[in-house]
Design a protein around this ligand. Structure first.
Ligand code: SF4
Ligand code: FES
Length: 255
């Protein structure tokens, strides 16, 4: 098993309002089989033993499911491996002697809470505006009661794989949340269950996205490039079409 000696340059920020700075930490004997977050665990054990403050970073599942992890590694949201969340990245992607920079998501709508942890509740507020369908309570309906074509089911499922990690925002030069919001719009646009609330959903979610301070999409495509779930930028076109149709139908102002 080969071991690596690394130099880590990590963003340290004591609190939301404190000034932050990059700090340098050497780390020896890192196994190539460790995950990136395990490597940070080892660093933190070392820092604690030395009586220093450990580095705060977010995670939950460590399986690429929950969307809680998210670091900008060497300038790339989620690091060098395509279609891979930070928690699924392994140290075999790096080599002995490497210097690795580690920063939080950077966007006005995602303020830093501490070190590498940012506040992503803006996403929760957007989802609360329309990232759901309303269903009547009562006994469960038969799964095959509403037939859905395979093509539509596949497109809806692909959009639904968004894990709300925020990498798309971190990678976008405008800090736009368009890929995230478009995934939430698309996942129900393709399904009959989403049609009754279709107009209200897209109008409210786009309005909330603007209120949260995310930027506009200008088709850079960086979002799609870093998305760990491969959410297609085509969803943004679908969101725009849905938005314009809904605004015209309801007489809302198009922003
Ligand atoms: S669209 Fe992709 S990058 Fe953006 S929040 Fe969803 S999973 Fe993360
Ligand atoms: S910790 Fe859950 S997706 Fe990375």
């Amino acid at each position: 098993m080969s071991k690596m000696n690394l130099t880590l340059k990590i963003w340290r920020q004591a609190s939301a309002n404190a000034p932050g700075a990059m700090e340098t930490y050497p780390l020896a004997d890192v196994s190539e089989h460790m995950s990136f977050l395990e490597m940070l665990d080892v660093l933190n054990e070392k820092l604690i033993k030395e009586g220093k403050e450990p580095v705060e970073f977010d995670y939950d599942c460590r399986e690429g499911i929950c969307g809680t992890c998210g670091l900008v590694i060497n300038g790339v949201a989620h690091g060098p491996r395509k279609l891979t969340a930070t928690c699924q990245l392994h140290m075999r992607e790096f080599k002995n002697g490497d210097t690795i920079t580690i920063e939080p998501w950077r966007a006005n709508a995602f303020p830093v809470i501490k070190d590498l942890v940012v506040d992503r509740t803006a996403f929760d507020r957007i989802v609360a505006k329309g990232g759901y369908v309303s269903v009547n309570t009562g006994s469960a309906r038969d799964a095959n009661e509403t037939p859905i074509g395979k093509e539509d089911a596949d497109k809806a499922f692909d959009a639904a794989t968004c894990i709300s990690c925020g990498a798309c925002v971190a990678a976008c030069p405008n800090a736009s949340a368009s890929l995230f919001v478009s995934a939430k719009v698309s996942q129900y646009t393709y399904l009959p269950q989403g049609h009754p609330e279709r107009e209200r959903r897209v109008l409210k979610m786009v309005s909330q996205m603007d209120d949260e301070g995310f930027g506009n999409c200008s088709n850079h495509g960086e979002c799609e490039a870093v998305c760990p779930k491969g959410i297609s930028i085509q969803n943004i076109a679908i969101m725009r079409r849905e938005y314009v149709k809904a605004a015209l139908k309801t007489g809302s102002a198009i922003v």
